[in-house]
Write a protein of this length. Structure first.
Length: 304
């Protein structure tokens, strides 16, 4: 049964990619990296004058692709409104080597840190991207990969956000091998996530993670943040269910960086506002009234 479900998921996502029609302001590109053809989708804003602008790199979750990430998040619409590029890389065998050791990319020794760094540098060299305004967001496996990039390559990013992912125990241990450079980081997480426990513990087939609050505390320490926070709360009603989103932002940090927790009370593993890409897996409570993509870009814009 489990194999059947995996085949259905892969087939579902493959069809989405196969039938995707690239628009006039998009491109599919690739390069050979460590002997593998690595592909990615780029969406340029519709009203763009060709000068260097901000770029958001968006990493899909396990079993996803760049195309499914674009459909899941609807970041292209936000890109057109706000005027930034979105780059959607494709993971190796629909996975990222986030350092936990259990994904196909990790098991095959893929260096996704250098792969993602190479795409960023390629886009900057192209002349379309402002090197001082490069941002990163990832969901689930992609969110763990975003944490790894923030730990190992903080100099690349103006801001990094993980959705439905936090710091893994493996990443925490690896942090000892890297110099600390402040980088703005946010974590958006559902308190009732059935796949990645908010309070920490073991992810099914995904090794051990620390809690969301502990992850925020680690970034607060690494960024030298003061204890004062700017707190905010938003409430939504969805079919009689009250959703409360709480924001805790540390703004008094080294080198003008920020650390933020976006706590989604009662919600699960899915990207807020998404069209679910994994209908065969229980991801907990989803929502159509909370716009996760808007919250991602609001954090990124606050860093300017």
């Amino acid at each position: 049964m489990r194999i059947f479900i995996l085949v259905m998921i892969v087939g579902f996502n493959s069809c989405l990619g196969y039938f995707y029609k690239v628009s006039s302001n998009e491109k599919m590109d690739y390069f050979i990296f460590s002997g593998n053809k690595r592909t990615y989708l780029v969406h340029y804003p519709k009203k763009w004058d060709g000068l260097p602008i901000p770029m958001l790199v968006a990493l899909h979750g396990r079993f996803g692709t760049g195309v499914t990430m674009s459909k899941q998040t609807k970041l292209n619409d936000l890109s057109d409104q706000k005027g930034f590029i979105v780059l959607y890389p494709d993971g190796y065998k629909r996975s990222w080597a986030d350092g936990r050791g259990n994904s196909p990319a990790d098991e095959d020794g893929i260096n996704d840190v250098v792969f993602i760094e190479s795409i960023v540098k390629r886009m900057i060299a192209e002349g379309s991207v402002n090197a001082k305004e490069v941002y990163l967001v990832g969901h689930s496996n992609g969110g763990f990969m975003a944490q790894r990039m923030a730990i190992e390559k903080p100099e690349l990013w103006k801001g990094v956000m993980s959705v439905a992912a936090q710091i893994s125990v493996a990443q925490l241990k690896s942090k000892l091998n890297f110099k600390t450079k402040p980088v703005s980081v946010a974590i958006m997480a559902g308190t009732e996530d059935p796949l990645v426990p908010y309070s920490g513990g073991y992810v099914k087939n995904g090794k051990e993670v620390i809690s969301v609050s502990d992850s925020i505390q680690r970034w607060k320490e690494w960024n030298g943040c003061q204890d004062n926070t700017r707190n905010q709360s938003k409430q939504y009603d969805e079919n009689g269910f009250k959703i409360v989103i709480e924001f805790y932002r540390y703004e008094d940090c080294l080198e003008n960086t920020k650390v933020e927790l976006i706590q989604m009370n009662g919600l699960g593993h899915s990207w807020p506002g998404e069209t679910p890409m994994l209908p065969f897996i229980n991801q907990g409570r989803t929502t159509n009234v909370v716009d996760g993509s808007a919250m991602v870009w609001e954090f990124m814009e606050s860093l300017k």
